[in-house]
Design a protein around this ligand. Structure first.
Ligand code: 6R9
Length: 665
């Protein structure tokens, strides 16, 4: 028995904090050379290793330009096209290999080879051109998990249009806000899709968004879920709709010359929740983003061309952008995409798919894992899947959930890779390279190559490294995957991410420090454990939601005078929103008002943001200057000590609330 095996056995003993990667994983991994960390310490040139993974029209002259912080530039002078990198360049070697394997909710399946993808991306690019989309236009995509989504994204990239994908679960209002903010006059939607066997009329949301006064949609391209007739879709002629299938029929076999994009030209916008009511459009560049997505897909996700890789996230969030579409396809692998939910038609659905396609690498969230745990391991029994690599993303993972994932999904024989990153960061920032570091349940691990995190006190002093003390997680050095700016709002970009911990008067990039908004601990072993958000952003089942967004949705309800939303810890969903409501004089708290609050959140944001509890109280805890102290409410929701309440205007309010919550919660 060699040494690795012994440690492998020990790893299964209880109380063992670290788990070694299985030797058979290490033996085949992409990243086995520990020098990678040192190579990337050569800042900024280390990062050119990721850029070398791509095919460039024009090679870059300078890896990094930090002369105008925080507006950093990467691979300056280079040009490339993302669709060429994800599609065209693979044709020679693997045109008949599946690029995407799509599994519909009802069991229909479609294999799209690289050759098919090439054809469909070109034809869709021709459609976009036909309806007048030009380079740099922002095209808004409101599409569920169907092949039309990645095809349209890559078609936009081909002609140099900037896509802005809005998660299909977002409501018409949320879609309208994003259309307006991005000045986007082209919308791509679909007639409908399936959720738990039910047909959802998705076009209805597009109709409503288009009818919203502030939007200015000139063209709405409508895909068909069935690749045939748009049954039931009636177009009036004076609406902005164009049926994609009609135009596609004229574009069969089209070739659209890919547009060479400057490395710094934007590739896409991805809206995310921040600390104000208005979501921000994180703008990602073409060269740096794609290089970073490809590099981390190679070394963190260990993707090879021969793999079948499955990330069970939704392309409507950043995880799907970087790790279903851009990273995996840039590396020329086979990426599985699934339309439905894990429990339809039954709770074995995912494992049945994993067996059928012989998936090697599987990627999901702690929320999903907690759900699988609750359903029980019997749903996995009898399915013959064999993963070598399992990823989690989106929230801190509890050690019990980690262990369950390791034991039951990984069969104690796969690596578990806990990846910490954000919409803004474009790709993983803190996570172990799986063949090089031991796993530690609950800790994301070490920084990725070239990434320099640190922990700061609230006053901005740096906490000593590896001290085990919690602090504000910041990143002290730029990286290629980072957002360029907040679309159309450079000031907000500075305010949200930089002002707090940077010397904003300095023109030396070293004085600029990126604020993540998360709290973390840096252990003696050098591993980071991310604790969660420190700002007014909450993480509900892995979906990021702003407190202010939720509160403004609640405030739409007539009966409500004032509301505050806080996150309550939930075993299954991570956190859930609790809504504290003060009613207008003369209004009684009732189930009807509760329903109105929930309906308003669904209407303004989407059903996935639905609050868990609506609690009627007579007053909210406020400071003397009138600011709502959400922390006090959060402590009440989580049944914790109230903490310091000396700044409250009326110190009796928390006790009143406690009592009211007990009687009406
Ligand atoms: C990729 C993504 C970002 C926020 C982030 C943090 C939380 C993500 C995590 C994690 C602990 C992990 N988060 N991954 N917390 N451990 N492995 O999720 O992007 O939707 O923008 O959310 O999610 O709080 O700040 P996004």
């Amino acid at each position: 028995m060699n040494e690795d095996d012994t440690i492998g056995l020990e790893a299964r003993l209880p109380d063992q904090e670290y788990y070694r990667p299985p030797p058979k994983f290490v033996g085949q991994a992409n990243g086995t050379d520990p020098d990678i960390y040192e190579r990337f310490e050569d800042f900024p040139d280390g990062f050119s290793e990721y850029a070398e993974l791509l095919t460039w029209d024009e090679r870059w002259d300078e890896t990094f330009d930090g002369s105008d912080p925080p507006f950093f530039e990467w691979f300056v002078g280079g040009s490339l096209n993302a669709s060429v990198n994800c599609v065209d360049r693979h044709l020679e070697e693997r045109k008949n290999q599946a690029a995407l394997i799509w599994e519909g909710e009802g069991g229909e399946a479609r294999t799209i080879t690289y050759q098919d993808l090439y054809r469909q991306v070109n034809e869709m690019a021709a459609v976009l051109r036909e309806v007048g989309v030009e380079e740099d236009d922002v095209v808004t995509l409101h599409l569920p998990m169907v092949p039309a989504l990645p095809i349209t994204m890559l078609a936009c990239a081909r002609i140099g249009a900037v896509h802005s994908v809005v998660f299909a679960g977002f409501s018409a209002n949320a879609l309208a806000d994003r259309l307006v903010d991005a000045d986007s006059d082209v919308l791509v939607s679909i007639d409908g899709y399936y959720r738990r066997g039910e047909w959802l009329d998705h076009k209805a949301k597009a109709d409503e968004a288009i009818d919203t006064e502030e939007t200015a949609v000139e063209t709405a391209l409508l895909w068909s879920r069935h690749d045939d007739l748009h049954e039931g879709v009636e177009l009036t002629g004076d609406d902005p709709y164009v049926l994609v299938d009609d135009v596609l029929a004229e574009k069969q076999g089209a070739h659209v010359e890919p547009v060479a994009r400057d490395a710094e030209d934007p590739l896409f916008l991805m809206y995310t929740s921040g600390t104000t009511g208005k979501p921000k459009g994180c703008q990602h560049r073409t060269g740096g983003y794609l290089a970073y997505a490809a590099g981390t897909s190679k070394y963190v996700l260990d993707i090879k061309t021969t793999d079948t890789y499955w990330c069970a996230a939704d392309i409507g969030w950043i995880t799907g952008h970087s790790y279903i579409v851009y990273g995996p396809l840039a590396l020329g692998t086979t990426s599985v995409m699934y339309e439905g939910t894990p429990d339809y038609p039954d709770r074995s659905r995912l494992w049945e798919i994993a067996e059928r396609y012989d998936v090697d690498i599987f990627h999901t969230s702690p929320t999903a894992i907690r759900q699988f745990m609750k359903w029980g391991e019997e749903h996995l029994a009898g399915y013959d899947f064999d993963f070598r690599h399992l990823t989690t993303v989106g929230e801190p993972i509890q050690p019990e959930a980690w262990q369950w994932y390791y034991d039951h999904v990984g069969d104690e024989d796969a690596v578990i890779v806990d990846t910490w990153w954000q919409t803004e960061t474009g790709g993983h920032l803190i996570t172990n390279l799986p063949a090089l570091e031991d796993m530690k349940p609950g800790s994301a691990g070490r920084p990725c190559p070239g990434i320099e995190p640190a922990l700061y006190e609230d006053d901005g002093t740096e906490i000593e490294a590896a001290s085990g003390r919690a602090g504000n997680l910041v990143i002290e050095r730029p990286w290629p995957g980072m957002l360029q700016t907040v679309y159309g709002d450079d000031d907000r970009f500075i305010d949200e991410y930089w002002r707090r911990f940077s010397d904003t008067d300095s023109d030396d990039w070293r004085d600029w420090v990126y604020k993540t908004g998360d709290g973390a601990v840096h252990g003696q072993d050098g591993y980071y454990r991310v604790l969660g958000r420190l700002d007014d952003v909450m993480n509900v089942s892995g979906h990021r939601l702003g407190t202010m967004e939720l509160e403004s949705a609640v405030a739409e309800v007539e009966a409500i005078a004032e509301a505050a939303v806080v996150a309550r810890e939930d075993r299954e969903r991570g956190h859930v929103p609790d809504v504290y409501v003060v009613l207008r004089d003369g209004v009684e708290g009732s189930d009807d008002v509760r329903k109105q609050v929930i309906a308003s959140v669904e209407d303004e944001i989407g059903a996935f943001a639905r609050p868990d509890r609506v609690l009627f109280v007579s007053a909210l805890p406020k400071t003397r200057s009138g600011k709502i102290m959400r922390r006090v409410l959060e402590n009440i929701s989580n049944k914790e000590d109230l903490g310091d309440t000396t700044t409250l205007r009326d110190p009796s309010v928390p006790d009143q609330i406690r009592e009211q919550v007990q009687t009406n919660g």
